[in-house]
Design a protein around this ligand. Sequence first.
Ligand code: AMP
Length: 420
Amino acid sequence: MTFSDLGLSSALVKAVEEKGYTKPSPIQEKAIPHILKGKDILASAQTGTGKTAGFTLPVLQYLSETKHPKYRPLRALVLTPTRELAAQVHDNVREYSKYVNIKSTVIFGGVNAKPQIATLKNGVDILVATPGRLLDLHDRKALSFKRVEVLILDEADRMLDMGFVRDINKIIRFMPEKRQNLMFSATFSNDIKKLAAGILRNPVSVETAPQNSTAKKVTHKVYKVDKKRKTEFTIKLIKDNNWTQVLVFTRTKHGANKLTEKLIKAGISAAAIHGNKSQGARTKALRNFKDNTIKILVATDIAARGLDIPLLPHVINFELPNVPEDYVHRIGRTGRAGAAGEAISLVCSEEIEYQNEIEKLLKEKLNSTIVAGFEPTDTAPPKRAATQSKGSFGKKTSNASNQKNKPSKNRPSRKKYSKK
Ligand code: AMP
């Protein structure tokens, strides 16, 4: 199977070939033909599967093959949970649209809005945005959603976790009812299913891996270690194994800062990435991590979501997440692109219940080890795990479910604008 076989135009195939891709990934093979037909999609896909090209390429093809008014109204909107993911997706859009006449831009908070407003005024065909700043600019009349034909929700589960459901529904209410909707999510909680039911019309389900399964080729390792000795243990692991590129997850921003300081003190180059860091600091930390200027990136779940860090050999869960799905997200960062990866978790007595919940979700027992000199002595009782994703979807879903019975036609304007 080639990209041309999927029905993509030569201009897009050329751009993809320049990126060095030789054949479509499974998600691309499954999703692209349906998207080209104008169908709604509900796709289960983690980051690292090539999902971005999976939705970007067919949408670019649609946009470039249909006529549009000269002022270039916004016709396709990609919503992402984080600034980093928005920037990353937009980089992809730019690269893939190199040989088609399509204008794109990216919008997120934490930076000056003025240049964003100026770019929007000149017209864009496809926009990648985080919900908060997007609504802010919409309120300021910097853009309109009235001509949107394709809506893409990337990492929808994380958007729910971050409490964006109200913003998403608000944005959707400004859009025409007849449009194509593409939704991507790594996990499928009941909340996600509800959101999907409210937005998608007769969606085609696309799955690349069994539901809630972890990426293949990942070895899970649990080290039982006392809470107060985790920093020391992490330093030992990194030094003894000579690891040069490790992503470490902590549950709190404060924890991320503290651990980063201690690593640096121990002579290990590290940086923290979390919501309290400025956009500049986050971008710099990620860049330095990618080009190996620093060895360790310490991140909170939300900050790390969707980051494209290729071929990551090790992920350390300094603390286990209390939401089991977050474990799946975290380890999605290792063992990618067919390479083997190791997911290491440091588990103290308080986290036993979290481990049990993760094992239930994975349907697999995690291998536990005790290292000599670090035998656990903690007696603190286990904390209860959350059984559902974070966020308060339940009380905010009314808008989504209100849309359930709206007309089911997708993108009928396609014919109207079709080239001869
Ligand atoms: P994504 O899951 O969209 O974040 O993509 C993960 C990585 O895979 C990115 O670095 C892409 O550039 C890369 N990629 C996407 N599609 C392909 C493909 N067909 N072949 C090889 N690499 C790809």
